[in-house]
Design a protein around this ligand. Structure first.
Ligand code: GLU
Length: 305
């Protein structure tokens, strides 16, 4: 069921965890920032489970995440959506892209070996090998979205992030044609997130800076699909001693829900929020919302783009 209380001009935000494991300190920061921004704008806050990559999805992780949010008294609006149920929407969007989406037979190794460049998120830039058709003897491994050539105006994506300021990315140079669908049937994050943000009427995306690099790709896709672009705010992410984003893969521990208030205070502290002395979760949230408003100078009513 889609969230149905949409009113014209209403703020709709979301938290979109990948259920690869329980929430940890890092994912709580993203959850808290999106929650506080929604509350500060008297908006709705939706939760969407990004389980599109079923190979990475851990059994029971979605339940563990929802239980943690409930314990922390972070109440979401509407029904929780699961990307694994929404393949028909992604297929529909993919079909709309027509010839902009083309089959590619390159392996990861071949792309790395082409040495065209490295994207800022560490992937090899795709050299465009299969743009003119699959080379003889190659089988389709994925479907990619054609991005414009360097020098074409649509190739440069610029947007204003509420915290990071003006961001720009040259898609052809910094990313290359990117994957929408794998031949085994899996939809990629970039396509699914664009389709879902639009389908759920998301007006504001608040998430970690680890996704800042993906935003230009998402805006480009929105433009190709004639979908609106939400307002973006990317908050810092917690990193480990080697500077990597805290994640389950590099050993992040699940939240300690026996110390729920302390856990919340720690996340608020990471976001730079001055909460003051607080003794209960009920008292924490209004103080955190006020601190967020203060820090971000949230204006009311918000001007939607
Ligand atoms: N599912 C992504 C993650 O857990 C977040 C996606 C988003 O907020 O756009 O990192």
């Amino acid at each position: 069921m889609p969230y149905t209380n949409q009113r014209a001009g209403q703020y709709i935000g979301r938290f979109a965890p990948s259920p690869t494991g329980p929430l940890h300190d890092g994912s709580l920061v993203a959850a808290m920032a999106s929650y506080l921004d929604a509350k500060a704008h008297q908006g709705a806050w939706l939760v969407r489970m990004e389980d599109v990559d079923e190979a990475r999805t851990a059994p029971c992780a979605a339940d563990a995440i929802l239980n943690a949010l409930t314990t922390l008294q972070m109440h979401w609006d509407g029904a929780v959506e699961f990307q694994s149920n929404r393949g028909y929407l992604y297929q529909d969007a993919f079909d709309k892209l027509g010839r902009l989406a083309y089959p590619c037979g390159c392996t990861r190794r071949e792309i790395v070996d082409s040495h065209v460049g490295i994207t800022t998120d560490g992937e090899a830039v795709y050299p465009g090998t299969c743009r003119a058709g699959l080379p003889v003897g190659k089988a389709t491994r994925s479907y990619r979205l054609l991005v414009p050539e360097v020098g074409q105006p649509a190739e440069l994506i610029r947007f204003e992030d509420r915290l990071q300021g003006l961001i720009q990315q040259h898609l052809a140079i910094e990313v290359g044609d990117f994957v929408l669908k794998r031949v085994d049937g899996f939809w990629t994050y970039q396509l699914a997130v664009v389709v879902d943000d639009a389908a759920q009427g998301i007006t504001h995306v608040v998430r970690g800076t680890d996704l800042l690099d993906s935003t230009a790709r998402q805006i480009y896709l929105q433009r190709q699909l004639h979908l609106p672009t939400p307002v973006y705010l990317h908050v810092p992410v917690i990193t480990n001693a080697s500077g990597e984003k805290l994640s389950k893969q590099n050993g992040a521990q699940p939240l300690d829900l026996t110390q729920a208030l302390q856990t919340l205070i720690k996340a608020a502290w990471f976001l730079g929020l001055e909460i003051g002395y607080v003794t209960s979760i009920e008292a924490f949230w209004p103080l955190a919302v006020a601190a967020w408003e203060n820090q971000r100078r949230v204006e009311r009513p918000i001007q939607l783009q």
